[in-house]
Design a protein around this ligand. Structure first.
Ligand SMILES: CC(C)(COP(=O)(O)OP(=O)(O)OC[C@H]1O[C@@H](n2cnc3c(N)ncnc32)[C@H](O)[C@@H]1OP(=O)(O)O)[C@@H](O)C(=O)NCCC(=O)NCCS
Length: 288
């Protein structure tokens, strides 16, 4: 991948995921919306950051007539390989392009710990299992937050770029590897809240409309407080709060989501290689 490919990669991934959503969303869910220009801009800045730090993990498949038809983007942080983006244009799928792209992205770190937040596309999860990953079915929690269920949260403070060293330490405890340079992007794009109470520590990046973008904690009570904090950021009229990638290791999150009034829905898979499944950590699909 070259920098000039980035806008085309944004379009290819946007089309691939939107088509998957349109074809597979449950009939009683709101119709999926294409990626908005604002989200596309943030998406492009994240990809440029990854191309700068992980050129060996960034690959495109290109056709002479159609240009870029697929892409795979992988990052490596403190020895952990993660797949950030993987998509092929709908008209080009199921013809072996994804296999070659994934092989190229895996060549960036062929052995050792690895993680993928998989979509529910059977073509994707088939590729991941064939590449040797453990597959953990995942769910999404979604709905409108019951305001009367929100607890008082005394231990929280706002965080910022000065906290990055602390955030990396928390990551090593919760996910085994720190995010490093990716915190610079996340802290610039999301509100950050932090808990530091003796050895109990954690942080959460929160979407503008509430709900966690990334949540990382040393222990379950701290993780639960941070999740409540992110749900408290939702507005009373907003019923589209949702967060996914929850596996059987995340029962602590169900014990927040259910009293908060959220529903539970099957959604995708968490895939791990040479490492245990995460528990007191909720990943971002972009930086995992
Ligand atoms: C996932 C994706 C990137 C794979 O790319 P691709 O070019 O379609 O992949 P390939 O053709 O190399 O491999 C697809 C595999 O699924 C198989 N397959 C095709 N249709 C299938 C179906 N309906 N169910 C199960 N398997 C299917 C193919 O036979 C192939 O397996 P094989 O190589 O063992 O024969 C692409 O399909 C895509 O963009 N999907 C939508 C976006 C997405 O979900 N991305 C993954 C993000 S985690």
């Amino acid at each position: 991948m070259e920098y000039d490919d980035v806008p085309a990669v944004e379009r290819v991934t946007g089309q691939a995921f939107h088509t998957l959503d349109v074809e597979t969303r449950p009939a009683n869910w709101p119709p999926p919306q294409p990626r908005s220009p604002e989200r596309a801009k943030l998406w492009i800045s994240r990809l440029e950051h990854l191309l700068r730090h992980d050129p060996g993990g960034c690959w495109v498949a290109a056709d002479q007539a159609d240009g870029v038809v697929g892409a795979a983007v992988a990052l490596v942080r403190e020895g952990l390989w993660g797949l950030s983006t993987f998509a092929v244009l709908p008209g080009w799928q199921a013809q072996g392009t994804g296999k070659r792209l994934l092989e190229a992205a895996l060549s960036y770190s062929p052995t050792g710990p690895g993680v993928i937040c998989s979509s529910h596309d059977p073509k994707a999860v088939r590729r991941y299992r064939l590449a040797g990953f453990d597959i953990h079915p995942a769910v999404m929690l979604a709905g409108s937050v019951r305001r009367d269920a929100l607890p008082v949260l005394p231990r929280l403070r706002d965080g910022g770029a000065d906290d990055i060293e602390l955030l990396n330490e928390i990551d090593r405890a919760s996910r085994g590897h720190a995010h490093g340079v990716d915190h610079e992007v996340m802290v610039s794009q999301h509100r950050l809240v932090v808990i530091e109470s003796g050895s109990a520590r954690g942080y959460c990046y929160i979407y503008a409309k509430g709900s966690p973008y990334v949540l990382s904690a040393t222990d379950v009570p701290t993780a639960q407080q941070l999740l409540w904090a992110s749900l408290a950021e939702t507005s009373p009229d907003d019923d589209d709060v949702s967060f996914g990638d929850m596996t059987a290791e995340h029962l602590w999150a169900f014990d927040v989501g259910f009293p908060a009034g959220l529903g539970i829905y099957n959604e995708g898979f968490m895939c791990f290689r040479d490492m245990p499944a995460w528990s007191t950590y909720i990943p971002s699909g972009h930086f995992l």
